[in-house]
Design a protein around this ligand. Structure first.
Ligand code: MRU
Length: 313
């Protein structure tokens, strides 16, 4: 991704240390967090220094690789966040190669390069969906920050830049990942506007949205998709208004062990994330971080191998 005119990734390994753009500080400040151990990586994932399914997978891959006791590190890293499948996929991938005697740091590096390549492929397949001046709505941040580079939902938009797309960016309460998306789009010179989450239906019904593209945290065999809280309602409104709704994700997000979305564990985060902007504290708060969109609302899933068509537009 372009940052101050230079190519930058959301994480990289250098001097025996995993360096991560601190996504808690963006877009106000660009700061680098240094993880020197598996414990530091676990902290970075849990506290959302690094976030987004493919990126937490890559960070965890390095976390396992940096540890002396890899089995213990794998167990600790798997307890950081429950929903994104890439985390578990990447940990098991590195662990297995390490057991076979391979250099785990090299394996984590190759895994990360693989994710970058897959995201670029997702962009190449997905850009065909974007016509001249298309107005695309996205939710959360499924950009380079969430995936090391390119992104999943943002990759087709980046690659279709010559079509001069316009992006509606859902703010994405409570953690405002939409601002990370706006930050990336601004750096790429792609036109966009941030909207409150509850304004998405208004723009869809007004005929101002041509296409929705979101990322995914876990996809079941039925193609039900877990993604950032609020995705489900966007999908239902898109269907109601005849707007194609696409999910973009690498195959490492597909959990082939589960039949449908009801088997996906949804992370529940602290209420403080919701209430910190309030002038008083309500008695009780719930803060699910993800929801599940049934496959019947999804037009197709853009993967590195092509587009899986699900529902007629
Ligand atoms: O809680 P987050 O910010 O890690 O949630 C991220 C999302 O829901 C993304 O849409 C998803 O991980 C896909 S990122 C390519």
């Amino acid at each position: 991704m372009l940052v101050n005119g230079k190519e930058m990734r959301s994480l990289w390994y250098e001097d025996e240390c995993l360096k991560l753009i601190d996504q808690r500080k963006l877009p106000a400040k660009l700061e680098i967090f240094e993880a020197k151990s598996a414990e530091d990586v676990a902290y970075a994932i849990k506290e959302m220094v690094v976030r987004g399914a493919p990126a937490i997978g890559c960070a965890a891959a390095y976390g396992v690789a940096m540890a002396k006791d890899k089995e213990k590190a794998a167990k600790m890293l798997k307890e950081t966040r429950p929903t994104a499948y890439d985390l578990f996929y990447a940990i098991d991938y590195v662990l297995e190669k390490a057991r076979q005697g391979e250099d785990a740091i090299k394996v984590a590096g190759e895994y990360t390069e693989g994710i970058v390549k897959k995201c670029r492929k997702i962009g190449e397949h997905g850009k065909k969906l974007i016509g001249k001046n298309a107005r695309i709505l996205t939710h959360c941040n499924a950009g380079a920050l969430a995936c090391v580079d390119y992104g999943t939902a943002l990759a087709p938009i980046r690659m279709a830049k010559d079509m001069q797309p316009f992006v509606w960016v859902d703010e994405t309460r409570p953690r405002l990942q939409g601002l990370l998306t706006a930050w990336e789009l601004e750096r790429e010179g792609i036109e966009h506007a941030v909207i409150a989450d509850n304004a998405a239906g208004y723009f869809m019904r007004n005929g101002e949205v041509d296409l929705v593209i979101v990322g995914a945290d876990r996809i079941a065999k039925s193609y039900d998709v877990a993604n950032k809280i609020g995705t489900y309602e966007k999908a239902v409104i898109a269907k109601e208004n005849g707007i194609p709704f696409y999910v973009a994700a690498p195959l490492s997000t597909f959990d082939k062990r589960i039949e449908n979305g009801s088997q996906i564990k949804i992370e529940e985060r602290c209420g403080e994330e919701v209430t910190k902007v309030y002038p008083w504290k309500p008695h009780r708060v719930r803060n699910p971080a993800f929801d599940v969109t049934p496959a019947k609302y999804i037009t197709g899933i853009i993967t590195e191998e092509g587009i899986i068509e699900l529902q007629k537009k």
